[in-house]
Design a protein around this ligand. Sequence first.
Ligand code: SF4
Length: 330
Amino acid sequence: MRPFDYARAASSGDAVEAACGDNARFIAGGTNLLDLMKLEVMAPDKLVDINRLDLKQIAETDDGGLRIGALVTNSDCAAHARIRRDYPVLSRAILAGASGQLRNKATTGGNLCQRTRCYYFYDTAMPCNKRAPGSGCRAIGGATRLHAIFGASDQCIATYPGDMAVALSALDAQVEIEGRDGATRTVPVRDFHRLPGDTPEKDNVLENGELITAVTLPAPTGGTQIYRKVRDRASYAFALVSVAADIRMDGGTIASAALAFGGVAHKPWHDPELDQLLTGEAPSDALFDKAADLLLADATGQGGNDFKIPLLRRTLKAVLREATRTGDAA
Ligand code: SF4
């Protein structure tokens, strides 16, 4: 590990100021960043410790939603009574990720900022445009089991590895961000992560020094929420594919549908046309096939991950059946 400066911030303004203009990184739980530093995949000149900031509360919002502070741990978020009752997809997605020890340290803001688990990104002997822009992409034509079927570029085919953000995308959560001079902005989770394009080194829309301060959830829809994750081991493994769903039925009709997908793109994948296609329709296998056709129309395998395309079809259909209770979720 290379030497670096360390600063402990007393306020969000201090933290932003300390992180601006340098090759600096915020550190809270450090569950991904410290590994990356030990492997010299990342070598920040400065760490700004934000653990003392007042960002550890989960509070009700005026519109019946919740505001989750950026430093709320994944364990506390998953165990929160209102989240378990009204946003079970979020609780289940968090509990489907990592291990108990990691969830006790990992935070809401840090979870959003975790980096890809592409094997070559972690191997500094390999070319990787995300780690070393312009060096090439060893994954293309290499081992691609964990890689993207949507939105990849010829620069990078990596996936965003998290579970929590997939649920937040289905719930249409918002990310609160603080920048210099107290400037704040709010970005939908669906727009927070980026596709790789020509700049795969940028995972998300955060600018230099910007700090995530909270994530807000809208009022619950009252729908059936499901998080289904398919992986190589029963625990402590990243998603091959995952589906987060929030589907509200009205009689025999789908009144609203919001779906998001993990393990398939450089960001949690959300297709508004899919939500639209399902809304107002009576559930049936024919409708679910149509939905899967729409979702997968532009899916492209990389060889080692071609199996994800039929796997995502089956997982989506199983989730839709379960959420609309039209048959066995096989
Ligand atoms: Fe690097 Fe992305 Fe290629 Fe993986 S897929 S080697 S992260 S550029």
